[in-house]
Design a protein around this ligand. Structure first.
Ligand SMILES: NC(=O)c1ccc[n+]([C@@H]2O[C@H](COP(=O)([O-])OP(=O)(O)OC[C@H]3O[C@@H](n4cnc5c(N)ncnc54)[C@H](OP(=O)(O)O)[C@@H]3O)[C@@H](O)[C@H]2O)c1
Length: 324
């Protein structure tokens, strides 16, 4: 395994983060693994040297957090545990979502309880909350750090001007600031290169992209995208503009380069991420041990500058996707 420090912090994480959206409760999404298979994934990840795990309160309505917590029993200190809050957890309770002080305090405590942990290493806001002043959110998050419930704070998909405002708010007040950005970024969705990634670089914010394989679109030829349960059933895969802006041509080039190098398409898509200096650790989603092992092997793939340019060349701007 290769390791890096996360953004400007001194905390070391594996260059692969295991995304835990893919296990929890199969009733939540058709492609989600149940408890035992989820625990097997975490166990294998630890064996492979992966120490970085990303979940959220909303994944399988809390089941992902609960299973991750149990799977990490006996490994708590070596693991870096990241979770998120924002989306409404209880339809009948408007305060179970958003980023008000009340929502953050209650949802953070619920995450800690499900994880069975006293402290979360990285607590992230899943989205921006237009209804809550950012000063209230940053004060509540800073208090959580002071209480010892959270070690570091992170943000996820939002506009770059919003991240800049949040950083400015915490800096002015002397609060802990966000140290990471979990954003939507892959070979067929590169809009983050315009504003967000340069901002993160200037501000020393670590980046941990979600859906680095474009939800599986970059793991198979274009005409086989619906060949898996996820491909067949996951509406987001089709809502994101992966097939626009040169997507099918990029998909074909990933396939061609993979064949040339004797590796899998998913490994080329991940190798591209590993070659991006601005990326700390992509958050890989998988429902199989084999695919997790593929991801780890992809760390050894060498891409030349011309390989990278060739893969990137067909990309054309697409509409912003992942946050509005
Ligand atoms: N902050 C946010 O708003 C946000 C949004 C989405 C996701 N996330 C985070 O990002 C993580 C990853 O998201 P994602 O699952 O959408 O990411 P992804 O890694 O882009 O896509 C996962 C898909 O790729 C397939 N795949 C992975 N490795 C493969 C391989 N070697 N060969 C063939 N197919 C392969 C998986 O299939 P198999 O299941 O068959 O392995 C799965 O269908 C989530 O778990 C979550 O932690 C965050």
């Amino acid at each position: 395994m290769e390791y890096t420090t996360l953004g400007d912090t001194g905390m070391t994480v594996s260059k692969i983060c295991l995304g835990c959206m893919s296990f929890g409760d199969p009733d939540w999404r058709d492609w989600v693994l149940g408890e035992e298979e989820g625990k097997e994934l975490v166990e294998r990840a630890l064996e492979l040297g992966v120490n970085f795990f990303d979940t959220a309160n909303m994944y399988s309505n809390g089941e992902s957090e609960r299973i991750l917590g149990e799977a990490l029993a006996g490994h708590r200190e070596e693991a870096v545990v990241a979770t998120k809050g924002y989306f409404q957890m209880d339809e009948s309770d408007p305060n179970s979502g958003g980023l008000s002080r009340k929502a953050i305090e209650q949802e953070l405590q619920a995450s800690l309880d499900r994880l069975g942990m006293e402290t979360i290493d990285l607590y992230q806001i899943h989205r921006w909350d237009d209804e809550t002043p950012i000063t209230e959110t940053m004060a509540a998050l800073d208090d959580a750090v002071r209480r010892g419930q959270v070690r570091y704070l992170g943000a996820s998909s939002m506009w770059a001007h919003q991240l800049a405002e949040a950083l400015h708010t915490s800096d002015r007040a002397g609060y802990d600031r966000f140290v990471t950005m979990q954003n939507h970024y892959n070979l067929v969705y590169r809009e983050e290169e315009r504003e967000m990634l340069p901002l993160c670089e200037t501000e020393g914010i670590g980046t941990i992209p979600w859906s680095p394989l474009a939800r599986g679109y970059l793991a198979r030829p274009d005409d086989e995208v619906d060949a898996t349960i996820r491909g067949e059933t996951e509406e987001h895969l089709y809502r994101h503009p992966y097939r626009e802006g040169g997507g099918p041509e990029i998909n074909a080039r990933v396939e061609e380069l993979a064949a040339e190098k004797g590796v899998k398409m998913a490994q080329i898509a991940l190798a591209w991420q590993f070659h991006k200096e601005r990326v700390d650790a992509p958050i890989v989603g998988t429902t199989s041990v084999e695919h997790l092992e593929d991801a780890v092997e992809a760390l050894d793939i060498d891409l030349s500058t011309s390989d990278i340019e060739w893969l990137e060349e067909p990309y054309e701007p697409v509409h912003v996707s992942g946050h509005e």
